[in-house]
Every structure is written in structure tokens, then in C-alpha cells.
Design a binder for this molecule. Structure first.
Ligand SMILES: [Zn+2]
Length: 126
């Protein structure tokens, strides 16, 4: 079982920012920048060729929500979305990277500190 399936099953903990029946968004524990988030489908899909359109739509809606959350809480200057396939994909479970960009170089904070900035009152539930 890959690490993302283990996070979904609860075997491995994660700093969750959003969760529903279809998708899960959580902070990357090896962030490129503060607020680097991963959005994954709860059902296992390998990559962009494997995932269905309905799930992709959920991922995109979640990406929009996470972008808003990060922008309002972390004062970043832009946000990049990255989705890797084939050899570029480290964990073989579809995932979308949400990577905040800062004009001025930021010192990387502990992920828990970033989580505390993001999470209050914002864990969206449906
Ligand atoms: Zn998986």
C-alpha cells in the first residue's frame, strides 16, 4: 500500500486541511514552501490517465478552496499547482501539489506551525 492510501486509512497521521468522502487535502511534510499542500482522491488512482473526470472535478474544487485558505492565511504572492506523472511521480497515487509562492524568500517553518495558522475555524466540513 502506498503512503497516501495509508494516510487515507488512518494508518499514518497527516495535517489535514480539508476532507470529504471523495478527497483529502493535507500539508506536505517536506514542503517546498510554507503551506505546500497535497490534494489526493480517497480512492486509489495512479495518475491523470487513471483518474475519472468526476473525481478530478472534486480535486479542482478542493484546489480552489485550498488556494483561498492559503492566500487568506499565509500572505503569499501566488500559488502554483503541480501534478506529476510517470517517472516524475514519486508516490504512485494521483496527487495535486498546491505550492504557495512568496516574493521574498521565507524561512521554512515547522509544518505544525503552518498547520496552526491555517486550520483554526477552517476545517471545512460538508
Ligand atoms: Zn494509493
Amino acid at each position: 500500500m502506498d503512503i497516501f492510501c495509508k494516510i487515507i486509512s488512518g494508518e499514518i497521521p497527516a495535517y489535514k486541511l480539508y476532507e470529504d468522502d471523495i478527497v483529502l487535502a493535507f500539508l506536505d511534510i517536506n514542503p517546498q514552501t510554507n503551506g505546500h499542500t497535497l490534494i489526493i482522491p480517497k480512492k486509489h488512482f495512479l495518475d491523470i490517465d487513471d483518474i475519472d473526470n468526476e473525481t478530478l472535478k472534486k480535486i479542482t474544487e478542493t484546489a480552489r478552496y485550498i488556494k483561498k485558505l492559503i492566500s487568506s492565511k499565509l500572505d503569499c504572492d501566488g500559488i502554483t499547482f503541480v501534478q506529476n506523472n510517470g517517472e516524475c511521480e514519486e508516490v504512485k497515487h494521483y496527487h495535486l501539489h498546491v505550492i504557495p509562492h512568496y516574493k521574498e524568500k521565507q524561512e521554512l517553518l515547522d509544518v505544525i506551525d503552518v498547520y496552526n495558522k491555517l486550520k483554526d475555524e477552517n476545517l471545512k466540513e460538508k
